[in-house]
Write a protein that binds this ligand. Structure first.
Ligand code: ADP
Ligand code: UDP
Length: 245
């Protein structure tokens, strides 16, 4: 996918193999290659399946969303698409923290507090979780982050501010195509002293419901064995206008 103005990238050693993506070094030390695999996992890796074409669909949705966010002024790690399943990104020093914003109650919020799924929240709700599968990603707050050195006060403030700013952009982006942005998870990292949005925004890490029917168009289809997982992701891509092969 390189042309005359974009030099080819030479793929290097594998740096990390996660549950859904593999991260590779490349010949530019400031960059990494993210390979979006078909592996789909839930319940901290207890349930894993290969879903044909999911890697490509997620790579392309992520590229599209990251570019929309960059255009809206969000500092993201996304550089460019390299192939159907691979993207070039800035190499970040990741914070071991997950930032969740919720517009509608679902998932762990309902389990934890007994709130009914589907309850529209008057204002968006922000939550921090520790990124640690063995501990099942426990919920934490800004005191834990400062105390255990997972981030500075400035990074905490910026993560909250950027995650809410992303909500404003994406709630509208999805509303315009008849989809409710229920909740989502973002990860951040440091790049040369600046806090940058990393990882991905795809149906693997958010909840998307059809605004009319409330049909789930995200990984809950996989978690709950609802079927047609990739078809739902593809529908999100098509409604967004993301070109697929
Ligand atoms: P997990 O680690 O939860 O199994 P993935 O399979 O998505 O998740 O693995 C991708 C890994 O790459 C994640 O741990 C994520 O924090 C990390 N990552 C994402 N973007 C970047 C980046 N720009 N620089 C460095 N690491 C990144
Ligand atoms: N999420 C994620 N990775 C995680 C935990 C959560 O991408 O390790 C996403 C999840 O898909 C949802 C949002 O963050 O869109 C909130 O998740 P929740 O806390 O409800 O946990 P869940 O019950 O989905 O595990």
């Amino acid at each position: 996918m390189s042309n005359d103005s974009t030099p080819a990238v030479v793929k290097g050693e594998e740096l990390y193999r996660g549950k859904a993506k593999t991260v590779f070094h490349c010949d530019d030390p400031s960059r990494l290659i993210l390979h979006f695999r078909n592996d789909t996992s839930a319940f901290d890796g207890e349930k894993i399946e290969q879903l044909n074409r999911k890697g490509e669909i997620n790579n392309r949705i992520n590229a599209f969303v990251m570019q929309k966010l960059s255009a809206a002024g969000v500092n993201t790690h996304f550089d460019r698409l390299l192939s159907a399943e691979e993207s070039l990104v800035k190499k970040l020093d990741m914070l071991p923290v997950e930032c969740v914003v919720r517009n509608i109650a679902a998932g762990s919020l309902c389990k934890r507090l007994g709130v009914e799924e589907g309850l529209e929240l008057e204002t968006p709700l922000f939550e921090f979780f520790l990124k640690n599968d063995e501990l099942h990603d426990p919920m934490i707050n800004d005191h834990h982050i400062r105390l255990f050195g997972w981030g500075t006060q400035q990074q905490i403030d910026q993560m909250q501010q950027i995650t809410f700013a992303v909500n404003d952009v994406l709630k509208k982006l999805f509303a315009d195509i008849g989809i409710l942005l229920v909740d989502y998870k973002l990860e951040f990292g440091d790049f040369e002293g600046e806090l940058v949005l990393g990882d991905e925004f795809t149906p693997d890490g958010c909840r998307l419901w059809d605004a009319e029917t409330r049909k789930k168009l995200d990984k809950d289809r996989f978690r709950r064995d609802l079927g047609d997982v990739v078809e739902a992701y593809e529908e999100v891509a098509l409604r967004l206008g993301v070109p697929l092969d």
